[in-house]
Structure formats: structure tokens, C-alpha cells
Design a protein around this ligand. Structure first.
Ligand SMILES: O=C(O)CCC(=O)C(=O)O
Ligand SMILES: [Fe+2]
Length: 224
């Protein structure tokens, strides 16, 4: 299988006016630090757990506020007209999109969005669903390469791809272990707001849910 052929890159999914509006909104809004998946706690408690760890991820989230209905419409359109036809699938549902901001030093170390390693009682290592995500959806909102900011590239280190952000570019890829990805540190910003992106994750009809996969693991290993 060619892993690269499952990375969808589509430029200009947002109009210049919509980009401007999001930029303005982000500039005038307060932010909250984001957390990362915590495999130790999750294994210990059996509940999906998250922690803030700035060594792994230094990213803030901004509420969409009054822009939310427009973003919901945008995602509906993207799913119907771009994602479903590209993969020949049907997205069943997707998570509430998040507006992300990376200030100077902001970054996200290479990670996998939907799976993590689980060691079964017999020592088998299994890439198990950590959360119910089949596809990762990203929209870049402003420009790297020293224009709005420097650094802050989106990368797939194992696939050897690095994408310097361009405003309005959509990137979609499977949320599994083949698509390790991250954001390199933002070095400097020139736009008073930093690197901005929108992310969401979708489930695909016909793919096993986390609940179904966990049930199979329980049957096979007796614990999960
Ligand atoms: O902001 C980005 O470009 C990527 C963010 C990401 O990988 C994530 O939120 O899982
Ligand atoms: Fe991610």
C-alpha cells in the first residue's frame, strides 16, 4: 500500500474573507492550554485520560463563538464534496472542530491521533484505538515560511513530508499508526496571533468502532 496516496491535500477550502474573519476572531479571543492523550492513566483506569504536557504539546484552543455555525457548514461541505469522494467512503460523524493557536515556541511532537500501543497479557503489542477516530482533518489558516510566522511546519516524519502552512489548505489522513505527524516549533511570529489551524476527527461508516474493537480484544485476551 502506498501510504502517501491516502493523504488528501486540497488548497483553498476557505475564501479570503472567511480566513480574514477567523484571523480577526483569534486575535481578539482568549485561549486555553490543550492536553494530550495519557496512555499510562488510561491503561490504569480504563477511561480515556488527557494531561497538559508542554514538552509534548504547546498549543492553545480558542472558542469559535459566533463563527461556529459557519464552521459547521464548512465541515459538512468538506466531508460531502471532498473527503467522501476522495476515499470512496461515507463519514458517519465527526468531532466538534477545534480552533488551535501556536505562539512562539508552540509545537506538537509527532503523535498518532487515534491509536496507541497496548500490551496484552501474553505480551502481544497491539495498536489499539485510544479514541474513536478514523480520519484526521486539518485546515491551515495562515502562512508559514516567514510570512505570518516562521517554523510551525506540519510534518509526517516517517513519510518524509513537511508542509509549510498555506492559508485555507485542507489536509486529511487516517488517524492510525501509519500517520505519525506533528508540528515543528514556531520560531517567530509576525502577525500578532501566531500559527492558526482548525482540526477535527471523523468516524467512517463500516469501520469498527472503539467499542467493537475493545469487545474483540476482551474476547481474545480476557481483559482489555
Ligand atoms: O495544528 C496542526 O497543524 C495539527 C494538530 C494536530 O495534529 C492535532 O491536533 O492532533
Ligand atoms: Fe494530530
Amino acid at each position: 500500500m502506498n501510504l502517501l496516496s491516502n493523504v488528501l491535500i486540497e488548497p483553498n477550502v476557505l475564501t479570503p474573507e472567511a480566513l480574514q474573519e477567523l484571523q480577526e476572531h483569534a486575535r481578539n479571543s482568549s485561549t486555553t492550554d490543550l492536553s494530550v492523550f495519557d496512555p499510562d492513566k488510561t491503561n490504569e483506569t480504563g477511561e480515556t485520560s488527557w494531561i497538559v504536557d508542554k514538552d509534548i504539546r504547546d498549543t492553545q484552543i480558542i472558542e469559535f463563538g459566533p463563527l461556529f455555525p459557519k464552521i459547521e457548514d464548512l465541515f459538512k461541505n468538506i466531508v460531502k464534496h471532498i473527503i467522501n469522494p476522495f476515499y470512496g467512503i461515507e463519514v458517519s460523524d465527526s468531532e466538534v472542530p477545534q480552533l488551535l493557536k501556536y505562539n512562539v515556541g508552540g509545537h506538537y511532537k509527532p503523535h498518532i491521533d487515534g491509536r496507541s500501543i497496548w500490551v496484552a497479557p501474553n505480551g502481544d503489542k497491539i495498536w489499539r484505538k485510544s479514541t474513536d477516530r478514523d480520519l484526521s482533518i486539518l485546515i491551515l489558516l495562515n502562512e508559514g515560511n516567514g510570512k505570518d510566522f516562521s517554523g510551525g511546519n506540519f510534518m509526517f516524519p516517517e513519510l518524509g513530508i513537511e508542509i509549510p502552512p498555506k492559508p485555507g489548505t485542507l489536509v486529511v489522513f487516517p488517524s492510525d499508526q501509519n500517520y505519525l505527524h506533528g508540528v515543528s516549533p514556531v520560531k517567530e511570529i509576525y502577525n500578532e496571533v501566531g500559527r492558526l489551524s482548525i482540526v477535527s476527527w471523523a468516524r467512517v461508516k463500516g469501520q469498527k468502532t472503539k467499542e467493537e474493537e475493545d469487545k474483540e480484544l476482551l474476547e481474545k485476551y480476557g481483559v482489555c
